[in-house]
Design a protein. Structure first.
Ligand code: GZL
Length: 323
């Protein structure tokens, strides 16, 4: 009897295999449900960051609830509350500014939902409100920008460089730390003279407005523009040219992010230096969130590796940036 049953089972399996009707697969349970509040779509960095997180969620089998806050903190707070109500496994978000998160993160903690910060960070008295912060070392980005400028001053044998700064979103981590990293580094260098810092909110349109204002006020005095991101640099470039100056030659341009559009302009000689701020944080986020769900230890601060691209380099073999 047993031999006949085995033969029948083998026959059925062969039939199933030959007609391609393998046994029904159980629907895969997601590895985890992750709620992510993205701050907006203000730059190629941000768009690249969103795209990478969406792609890596698929790669890691993570069920992703993505919300775009369109540059408003209240929208991020509301999204986090929706994630709590939905009882996601982990909440992650890129805080548009550093303050004002304690209440909603306390609600997440009371609901037993762990929180991961992505890209930017928050200011809080209660460090237990989040488990990990994954993002660039913005202070170091400012330092790298300043070190490039000091090398450039040496190469040009300049006694003085008058600098204008176009900063990112007020009270955001990248704005505060890029500013501090840059000015702390040049503090001891008498050649470096700040004319004025103006806020461009990381936006192309505001970068143009800021550059127009600075050109009208300082004109020929400007030797260096230190811009906190590529979007604002792109906005500033046509203003510089329309005022009759050659960017990259009459004025030294230093930017941050290193998206493809800006890299192409660096290669064309109109930007002198771009400090990389990689948006490709998706794998780090998924791995950290999965570790959190499994109850494994995670690092408190995770910085991706970043480099500088400048007119000191041969960029001919540089691979496409992907953002
Ligand atoms: C930095 C990120 C900044 C980018 C800008 O990690 O927060 O925000 O440099 C973006 O392009 O707007």
């Amino acid at each position: 009897m047993k031999g006949k049953a085995l033969a029948l089972a083998a026959l059925l399996f062969c039939c199933a295999f030959l007609c391609g009707c393998e046994p029904k697969q159980q629907a895969e349970e997601p590895a985890l449900v992750l709620g992510f509040s993205q701050l907006g779509s203000e730059s190629s960095f941000r768009i690249g960051n969103t795209k990478d997180i969406e792609e890596k969620a698929k790669t890691y089998g993570v069920s992703l609830m993505m919300d775009n806050a369109n540059q408003k903190q209240e929208n991020q707070i509301n999204a986090i509350r929706r994630f709590i109500a939905y009882r996601v496994d982990v909440i992650a978000f890129s805080p548009i500014v550093e303050e004002g998160w304690d209440n909603v993160l306390n609600e997440a903690r009371q609901a037993g939902i762990p929180v991961i910060l992505v890209d930017r960070t928050i200011k809080t008295e209660d460090e237990s409100l989040y488990l990990s912060q994954i993002g660039a070392d913005f202070y170091e980005e400012g330092v790298m920008a300043a070190r490039y400028l000091m090398r450039k001053a040496d190469a040009l044998q300049r006694d003085t460089l008058h600098i204008v700064e176009i900063t990112g979103t007020e009270n955001s981590t990248p704005m505060k730390q890029r500013h501090d990293g840059f000015w702390d580094t040049v503090a001891g260098d008498p050649r470096m003279v700040l004319l004025e810092s103006v806020n461009g909110d990381f936006l192309r349109s505001r970068g143009a407005e800021s550059m127009r204002y600075l050109l009208e006020k300082y004109g020929d005095q400007i030797d260096v523009i230190f811009s906190h991101n590529d979007e604002m640099t792109m906005g500033a470039l046509p203003e510089i040219e329309q005022a009759g100056y050659t960017p990259g030659r009459d004025m030294i341009l230093i930017s941050i992010d290193a998206g493809q559009e800006a890299i192409d302009i660096l290669k064309a000689g109109k930007i002198n230096c771009i400090v990389e701020c990689t948006p490709m944080l998706g794998s780090l986020l998924m791995e950290t969130a999965l570790n959190v769900k499994e109850g494994r230890e995670v690092e408190r601060v995770i910085h991706p590796a970043e480099r500088v691209f400048s007119d000191e380099d041969d960029l001919s073999a540089l691979l496409p940036r992907g953002y």
